[in-house]
Design a protein around this ligand. Structure first.
Ligand code: AMP
Length: 397
């Protein structure tokens, strides 16, 4: 019997990830994805007690209908009454939100004002908040921000070398994302290092379809690779990360691309997909690279080299490095990418423990280097748990 569950919602423009977390045991009781919303065949896929099931939604169904269907499902499974709070992943909190907040009308107005900074993400988050408010009118809702953990960055790290008025008047600066994951990794790394969080210096590499690396000094983010938007920094599944900004103008002036097409190329057709000319799925790229596919090899080379350079540069703000931590779908599972990155960071005295590197996959955590200086380790991330715990902390005093 569960008596304190948190409903965690992560809304995209045409999809909605959800899970139910037990606030006491920290177990994920149910998880799922409503996908292809607004299309002719939207569907909910969910996992409960080891079984995977699907529910077809009506054609053109959107977020509200998905959330209503999920609530009916929870009720059919007799889980509904145990839900005591709702936690929302919100991508952009601007400079206003340095920590999670209980959502009220003022917060909604502030989120609407920030939406122009994240037009691809925040409007969908607001739709999710609205849908959950309709579906759970009696429950407190909490917003947990991807940007909040990075609000501790100093001005020298978050300021672009652009005319300063663009920051002062329009908020153009680096905000950073994946903050919930980097925060969780910091807490777990401190435990593994047997240190107080306030004395923990790590470089956290969240490598999934989106990827970012964060320098954490004394438990706080002091630099991170994503910027005003999640496009900056590392090579990602379909995003290019750092490029010369003049390339955009060149593509428009010389190659006849429109603004939207350039945006689409940078966000959706680049990264591992663009380089490999195959896919953004890292597993397939690794397989094809091993079979000799030149594009797949190039994609992995550029990915690992950029990542190693970023990690090396983040030793600058840290001074002392306790550990490099790999997480996210690629960081938690790809022994190959971890081995390549560690090899390129030999100058820091890192030496790979090959067996430990193989063992730390598919949900297993562990230290994957064998020397006694700075360590490299693998820690599976758990953003949903952070969201659930914040939702509980802010609503159940
Ligand atoms: P995420 O966005 O965190 O779910 O991560 C998705 C990425 O993780 C995709 O590129 C997957 O191909 C990659 N991934 C998952 N499992 C593995 C694996 N065993 N080896 C390499 N990459 C993996």
């Amino acid at each position: 019997m569960h008596n304190s569950l948190v409903f965690v919602l992560n809304c995209g423009s045409s999809s909605l990830k959800f899970s139910l977390i037990d606030a006491k045991s920290h177990d994920e009781i149910l998880s799922g994805l409503a996908d292809a919303l607004g299309s002719s065949n939207p569907i909910i896929k969910y996992k409960y007690q080891g079984d995977k099931k699907t529910i077809a939604l009506n054609a053109n169904a959107m977020h509200q209908s998905a959330v209503d269907t999920i609530v009916t499902l929870l009720s059919d499974l007799s889980l509904n009454d145990a839900v005591i709070a709702v936690g929302h992943r919100v991508v952009h909190g601007g400079e206003l939100f340095t920590q999670s907040v209980v959502i009220d009308n003022q917060v909604i107005e502030q989120l609407e004002a920030i939406s122009k900074l994240a037009p691809l993400h925040n409007p969908a988050n607001l739709i999710g908040i609205n849908a959950a408010q309709q579906a759970f009118p009696n429950l407190a809702q909490v917003a947990v921000f991807d940007t909040a953990f990075h609000q501790s960055m100093p001005a020298k790290a978050f300021t672009y070398a652009l005319p300063h008025a663009l920051y002062k008047e329009h908020g153009i600066r680096r905000y950073g994302f994946h903050g919930t994951s980097h925060y969780f990794i910091t807490q777990q790394a401190a435990k593994m290092l047997d240190k107080d969080v306030s004395e923990t210096n790590i470089i956290s590499a969240h490598l999934g379809n989106g990827a970012s690396v964060t320098a954490v000094k004394n438990g706080q983010s002091v630099d991170t690779s994503m910027g005003l938007t999640p496009l900056e920094g590392l090579v990602m599944g379909t995003r290019c990360g750092d490029v010369d900004p003049a390339i955009a103008q060149y593509m428009i002036d010389q190659l006849g691309y429109s603004n939207d097409e350039v945006n689409n190329v940078f966000n959706k057709q680049s990264g591992l997909l663009g380089l490999s000319e195959l896919t953004n799925d890292c597993r397939v790229i690794e397989e094809r690279a091993q079979q000799g596919h030149a594009g797949a090899k190039l994609a992995l080379d550029v990915f690992c080299y950029r990542l190693a350079k970023y990690i090396a540069s983040y030793t600058v703000p840290l001074g002392r490095l306790d550990a490099i931590v790999f997480t996210g779908g690629i960081g938690e599972n790809s022994d190959l990418i971890r081995a390549s990155v560690i090899e390129q960071l030999e100058i820091f005295g890192l030496a790979l423990d090959e067996q430990a590197n193989l063992d730390a996959r598919f949900g297993n955590q562990g230290v994957i280097t064998k020397n006694s200086g700075a360590k490299a380790m693998v820690i599976p991330t758990n953003e949903e748990l952070v969201i659930a715990l914040d939702a509980i902390a802010l609503t159940q005093e």
